[in-house]
Design a protein around this ligand. Structure first.
Ligand code: NAP
Length: 250
């Protein structure tokens, strides 16, 4: 329906983004699923949402590329109209390593996707949502990580530091646009069962570390997605600049 809210979920094809897309569609959002390479996963998710009576499109874009991000938001403008919500979820990590083994190319890749990508998407969202620019407001949720707190030693300090940057951006941007109808918050997931651990070289990482979690288990993507949907909703109408840990107490 033309009046239904519009959400963009970056990295929406798999993992936490996928779970968020499904919940958002069920909540009545028209959903733009951004993906980078896995067109099959994104297409399958669109079909799943449509089969359940929802509205979704999939748009390929590398969020670290300014031109791609412009085109991504342009596609949403044309297909759906004004954006209501952004979930800055796309994120990567690289093979587990110590800092003294990391080269500049690796650091550039991690910061380009996790930090620059989130900044560029937030910029395009604010340009559209801000009442200062003629918009009607909106909400942004950044997907940070519990790693921003504990630093991920011997695994990926670069990734942890990129999420620290996201926390600072969340706090600053929330204040910058609070009087312009936009709320900005972050979730900081802990150990969640997704493919990201395999890309770090250890598919079984969640189970290996789950005993360190006070709740004694890893989390499911849906448990993060529910928190994201709450932060985007009017139920969280007085919540901005907040970092919500979804970590089972870790
Ligand atoms: P995942 O299963 O590896 O999925 C990553 C998603 O990001 C995919 O949809 C992928 O697209 C997309 N993506 C990667 N690089 C991109 C780029 N340059 N441009 C656009 N999209 C890109 O990851 P996940 O575990 O769900 O993680 C989602 C977010 O949660 C990330 O920000 C991650 O840091 C954060 N997080 C995860 C955990 C955890 O334990 N899983 C914990 C804390 C924080 P393709 O499908 O096309 O590859």
């Amino acid at each position: 329906m033309a009046n239904d809210p519009v959400i963009l979920i970056t990295g929406g094809s798999r993992g936490i983004g996928r779970a968020t897309a499904l919940l958002a569609a069920a909540a009545g959002y028209r959903v733009c699923i951004n993906y980078h390479q896995n067109q099959a996963a994104a297409g399958e998710l669109v079909r799943e949402i449509q089969a359940a009576g929802g509205t979704a499109i999939a748009v390929r874009a590398d969020v670290s590329k300014e031109e791609d991000v412009r085109n991504l938001f342009g596609s949403i403008d044309q297909t759906f109209g004004p954006l209501t919500a952004l979930v800055n979820n796309a994120g990567i990590l690289e093979k587990q390593a110590r800092l003294d083994e990391m080269d500049a190319e690796r650091l550039q890749r991690v910061f380009a996707t996790n930090v620059t990508g989130s900044f560029l998407c937030a910029r395009e969202a604010v340009r559209r949502m801000s009442t200062k620019n003629g918009g009607t407001g909106g909400a942004i949720v950044n997907v940070s990580s519990g790693a921003a707190k504990h630093g991920a030693p011997n695994e990926y300090i670069d990734y942890a530091a990129s999420k620290g940057a996201i926390d600072s951006m969340t706090i600053g941007l929330a204040k910058e646009v609070a009087a312009e109808g936009i709320r900005v918050n972050a979730v900081r997931p802990g150990l969640i069962y997704t493919d990201i651990h395999a890309s770090g070289g250890e598919p079984g990482r969640v189970d290996r570390l789950s005993q360190l979690v006070p709740m004694q288990r890893g989390g499911q993507p849906e448990e993060v997605a529910r928190t994201i949907l709450w932060l985007l909703s009017d139920e969280a109408s007085y919540v901005t600049g907040t970092l919500v840990d979804v970590t089972g107490g870790r």
